[in-house]
Design a protein around this ligand. Structure first.
Ligand code: NAD
Ligand code: GDD
Length: 335
């Protein structure tokens, strides 16, 4: 029997790189595409193409001959990045997404999975730290995150329309803050778990680190292994409507810092900077529909996932220091 064939866009990025490895282990033939190669280790893809998916001709060139498209390519980052570049992110992702789904239809691709985001949910439901977990139907009436979230919401609708009008089996997966080894940990696009691991790794026991906001804002965080397994299970399901993929283990940012410090075996003093980007006050995933569709949900506890994540980031921070790279955030020495 011939192997199943998959295209993974964004295969040079965090989730795409892990997904390629997962699919290869499942005996898929995988074509990875990205505007850059993976930064931290070689891709496991059978074929890897470097090209710019904002261009329609590149989308058409890479899409043929596969059974499944896992479309993860996007201009994305943590809240510091997505709240600062609305025009650029919106135009880049609009071009990438419209051209990819159009190319998929032209090439008669049967299955197309889109990586959406919890950023599609309305801001008016996320003003409190003890937030009610977000259900899929809460996305409307809409008031998504400016730029990045609004574009994700529109692409979900394009997936719905292409499913209804052209019969493509589309999937829209709303990821809730994903972390793990081999994820961006510096440079400005990093999300809170990686940023906090980097900050803790970069200081001595008893030193001070800077936390954005007052530390009372809340999130749930999903470990990368659960994320790629969830992506695969959702692709194989028959559920075309948007679906949350996250955990419902709600923690404050200060609690996240304490867990990282505990994993590192350090005590850190927190200073809070409320002038930094904070995003919504509270966000959690309601996994009822995920459980009923898949009979499965992410199960890695935050502390467990942070053990391997911290170990990897700590090693990167040490290597950066040996190479003489300047620390992303200078340490504040203990009194
Ligand atoms: P990432 O930035 O590591 O990966 C995205 C990849 O897309 C990058 O490697 C980037 O080079 C590539 N890309 C950007 N522009 C491109 C272009 N013009 N042509 C080709 N490739 C291009 O991010 P990630 O965390 O792996 O996220 C993957 C997907 O999941 C994205 O669609 C993102 O919006 C979505 N998502 C991620 C999270 C999260 O917490 N990581 C949360 C919600 C949604
Ligand atoms: N990035 C970052 N860096 N965030 C920090 C830091 C820090 O050093 N210190 C505290 N935080 C706080 C932020 O202020 C925010 O309140 C919270 O940690 C989470 O920040 P991020 O992880 O950067 O982003 P987010 O959860 O608001 O949004 C992310 O997740 C979405 C999906 O759930 C983004 O990556 C979005 O792009 C993504 O779609």
């Amino acid at each position: 029997m011939s192997k199943k064939r998959a295209l993974v866009t964004g295969a040079g990025g965090f989730i795409g790189h892990h997904l390629v490895k997962y699919l290869v282990k499942k005996d898929y033939w995988v074509h990875g595409v990205d505007i850059k190669a993976p930064e931290y280790e070689a891709s496991a893809a059978d074929k890897f193409t470097v090209c710019d998916l904002r261009l329609a001709e590149n989308c058409r060139a890479v899409i043929g001959g596969v059974d499944e498209v896992y479309h993860l390519a996007a201009d994305m980052g943590g809240i510091g990045y997505i709240s600062g570049s609305h025009a650029e992110i919106s135009i880049n992702n609009t071009l990438i997404n419209a051209h990819m789904i159009h190319a998929a239809r032209e090439a008669k691709i049967p299955r197309f999975l889109f990586s959406s985001s919890a950023c599609v949910y309305p801001m008016y439901l996320q003003h409190e730290p003890d937030v009610t977990p977000l259900k899929e139907e809460d996305a409307f009436p809409a008031e998504p995150e400016e730029g990045y979230g609004l574009e994700k919401l529109f692409m979900e609708k394009l997936c719905q329309y292409f499913h209804e009008d052209y019969g493509i089996e589309t999937r829209s997966v709303r990821f809730h803050n994903v972390y793990g080894p081999l994820g961006t940990y510096d440079g400005g696009r990093e999300k809170a778990p990686a940023a906090i691991c980097r900050k803790v790794a970069g200081v001595k026991d008893g030193d001070t680190i800077e936390i954005w906001g007052d530390g009372k804002q809340t999130r749930s965080f999903m470990y990368i292994d659960d994320c790629v397994e969830g992506i695969y299970r959702i692709m194989q399901s028959d559920h075309a409507a948007p679906l949350n993929l996250g955990t419902d283990e709600l923690v404050s940012v200060d609690q996240l810092v304490d867990i990282v410090a505990g994993v590192a075996g350090k005590t850190v003093v927190k200073t809070h900077d409320v002038s930094k980007p904070q995003g919504v006050r509270g966000r959690n995933s309601d996994n009822s529909r995920l459980r009923s569709v898949l009979g499965w949900e992410p199960k890695t506890l935050l502390r467990d996932g942070l053990v391997s994540t911290y170990a990897w980031i700590e090693a990167c921070v040490s290597q950066d220091a040996e190479r003489g790279a300047p620390p992303a955030t200078p340490a504040i020495a203990a009194e």
